[in-house]
Structure formats: structure tokens, C-alpha cells
Design a protein around this ligand. Structure first.
Ligand code: SME
Length: 159
């Protein structure tokens, strides 16, 4: 099966999974499990945007959320690393070689390439989907397109 075919078969499954559940964290947990199992990635998971109600002058930070894989950094500031950059730009970031990405946050030395896709609700980034691979150049425009569709399905979750 090509990568495209795998994503094609996953999309309706993910749509059905998240349609029956309104809790965002529960849906993040299942979506990370589905993707991780299907592709055998090194790390597949989410960081949620947490705003600081006490300090509205800052954007807040990303907080580790449901994931599959080894332990990871728990908090990432706005604009930092690949995740913080995708949040700041409200755009997906595809990194073929993480060692060449200035400011990359190495949660694991085994990771060599990465993709981060923002989860956007009402024009606001509420989380990011982060996937790491031990191979270089794992992610391309096909991954970006499908993962953005998956992030869109997830963003419709109620809470
Ligand atoms: N590498 C990410 C940090 C998260 S871990 O990869 C799970 C980054 O640079 O934002």
C-alpha cells in the first residue's frame, strides 16, 4: 500500500472515531494511536495550547497531550522548536532533517525528521499534531495534506 492509500483508508475511520465523541483529549488519544499503528512512526502525538489567564501579555505555551511513543518534553514556548513555530505561523512545518532546523527541540536523539500540523478552530490554533521519524525525509506534501485533513476533523470536536 502506498502512503496515499494508507491515509485514504484511515480518513473515514478517523472521521467515524471522532464523530461519536465530543472530548478533544479522548479524540487526540485515538487519533495518535491510529496514525502511530498504521505508519509505525517513532513518536506521534499532540501538544495543546495553554494560555496563561494571569498573564495575557504572553501567548502561553504548548503542553504535552495524548501521544504514542517514548517520553517527550512537556512544555514548549510560543515560537520555539518546530512545534512552537507551527503554532506561531498557524501553518504546517515539514522538516526533512531536524538537525538542520535552527531551534529544533530534541526530545529524543533518535528523531531525524518531523512534521508538525496545527489544529485550528475558529481561526485559532488550539493544538499541534507532531510526528517524528527516525529516518530522514520521511514527510512530504502528501503527509501534510492528509494530516491537515485529520487535524480539521479533530478541530470539530466540541471540547
Ligand atoms: N521536536 C519538537 C519537540 C517535540 S518532540 O519532538 C516530541 C520541536 O522541535 O518542537
Amino acid at each position: 500500500m502506498t502512503k496515499e492509500q494508507t491515509y485514504q483508508s484511515l480518513l473515514p475511520q478517523i472521521e467515524a472515531l471522532v464523530a461519536g465523541e465530543t472530548d478533544l483529549i479522548a479524540n487526540m488519544a485515538n487519533v495518535s494511536a491510529v496514525l502511530h499503528e498504521a505508519f509505525g512512526f517513532w513518536w506521534t502525538g499532540f501538544y495543546r495550547v495553554e494560555h496563561n489567564a494571569q498573564d495575557t501579555t504572553t501567548m502561553g505555551e504548548l503542553v504535552l497531550s495524548p501521544f504514542q511513543g517514548p517520553i517527550a518534553c512537556t512544555r514548549i514556548p510560543y515560537g520555539r522548536g518546530v512545534c512552537g513555530t507551527a503554532w506561531q505561523q498557524a501553518q504546517s512545518v515539514v522538516v526533512p532533517d531536524v538537525h538542520a532546523f535552527a531551534g529544533h527541540i530534541a526530545c529524543s536523539s533518535a528523531s531525524n525528521s518531523e512534521i508538525v500540523v496545527p489544529v485550528i478552530r475558529n481561526g485559532e490554533v488550539i493544538a499541534v499534531l507532531d510526528i517524528d521519524s527516525t529516518e530522514f525525509g520521511t514527510f512530504d506534501d502528501t503527509d501534510r495534506r492528509y494530516l491537515e485533513q485529520i487535524a480539521f476533523l479533530l478541530a470539530r470536536t466540541n471540547t
